[in-house]
Design a protein around this ligand. Structure first.
Ligand code: NAP
Length: 246
C-alpha cells in the first residue's frame, strides 16, 4: 500500500478513465475525492472507492469554472487537511474540421481540457507548496503530441496541457512537487464509443499491440507516476498507446 492515507482528487472521475484512476489510487491506500460534472457518476465512483475500504468524497463540479473549483478544493482541504495527488482527467471533444468548427466548440474544449487543469492546479497548488510535497498528473493525449485532422481544438488543448505540465514541473520542483502527464492513445470509453465501427477497425490496425487500450491501462501509468518508484521523475509525458505513435 504505497499510497496509504494519501489524499487524492480526480476530475472527471465519474466514469471511464477517471473512475479507473480513482479505483487504482484507492487500491494502493489513497482516499479519493471525485469531482465531476456528472454528480451521479461521481457518487457511484465514490461508493466503489469506499468498497475498497478507503474514504471518498464526491462533488459535482465544472472544472472550467475558476471560482467553483476553488470552493470545492477548499472544501476538500477543510475536510482532509491537505491534498497529495491531483489528477486532471476531465476532458471533452467537440470535433469538426476548421471551417465547420464553431467558436463555441473551440472555447468549450480549451476551457475544460486546459483551463480546467490550470484551475485545479491553482486551487491545490498553494497547499502543496506549503506542505512541500505533492504530485500532479495531467491526462493529455497522443493527439496533443501528433495532431489530428478534425481535432484542432482538442489537439491544442492537450498540447497546451503538456506545455503546462513541463512549465509547472520546473516551477514547483524545488518545493517537492512533481508534475507529469500521461498521453493515452485509443482507449475504450464512452468518449470513443461514438466512433463509427469502420474507423474504429482502421484505428486498431494502426496499433502495434493490436487492441484498444482500457481505462485500467491508463490508470496503471497514473499509479506508477504517483508512486515512490517515480520520485525522480517530473515534467515527463508517459505515452500509453499500445505503440500507436512509434
Ligand atoms: P469520458 O468517458 O467522456 O469521461 C469524462 C468524464 O469527465 C465524464 O464523467 C464527464 O462528465 C466529465 N466531464 C466532462 N466535462 C467536465 C467538466 N467541465 N468538469 C468536470 N467533469 C467533466 O472520457 P474518458 O475517455 O474517460 O477520458 C478521460 C480523459 O482522458 C480526458 O481528458 C480525455 O481527453 C483523455 N483521453 C481519452 C482517450 C480515449 O481514447 N478515451 C484518449 C486520450 C486521452 P459528463 O458525463 O457529465 O460529461
Amino acid at each position: 500500500m504505497f499510497l496509504k492515507d494519501k489524499k487524492a482528487a480526480v476530475t472527471g472521475g465519474g466514469r471511464g478513465i477517471g473512475r479507473a484512476i480513482s479505483l487504482a489510487l484507492a487500491s494502493e491506500g489513497a482516499d479519493v475525492a471525485i469531482l465531476d460534472l456528472d454528480d451521479a457518476g461521481a457518487k457511484e465512483t465514490a461508493a466503489l472507492v469506499e468498497k475498497t475500504g478507503r474514504s471518498a468524497l464526491a462533488f459535482p463540479l465544472d472544472v472550467s469554472r475558476f471560482s467553483e473549483v476553488e470552493v470545492k478544493v477548499n472544501k476538500i482541504l477543510d475536510l482532509w487537511g491537505g491534498l497529495d495527488i491531483v489528477v486532471n482527467n476531465a476532458g471533452i471533444t467537440r470535433d469538426a474540421l476548421l471551417i465547420r468548427m464553431s467558436e463555441k466548440d473551440w472555447d468549450q474544449v480549451l476551457a475544460v481540457n486546459l483551463k480546467g487543469a490550470f484551475n485545479l492546479c491553482r486551487a491545490a497548488g498553494r497547499g502543496m507548496m506549503k506542505q512541500r510535497s505533492g504530485c500532479v498528473i495531467n491526462i493529455a493525449s497522443i493527439i496533443g503530441l501528433m495532431g489530428n485532422a478534425g481535432q484542432i481544438n482538442y489537439a491544442a488543448s492537450k498540447g497546451g496541457l503538456i506545455a503546462l505540465t513541463k512549465s509547472l514541473a520546473k516551477e514547483t520542483a524545488a518545493r517537492g512537487i512533481r508534475v507529469n502527464a500521461v498521453a493515452p492513445g485509443f482507449i475504450s470509453t464512452e468518449m470513443t464509443e461514438k466512433i463509427p465501427e469502420k474507423i474504429r477497425e482502421e484505428m486498431i490496425k494502426a496499433i502495434p499491440l493490436g487492441r484498444m487500450g482500457t481505462p485500467e491501462d491508463v490508470a496503471a501509468a497514473v499509479l506508477f507516476l504517483a508512486s515512490p518508484a517515480a520520485s525522480y521523475i517530473t515534467g515527463q509525458v508517459l505515452v500509453v498507446d499500445g505503440g500507436m505513435r512509434i
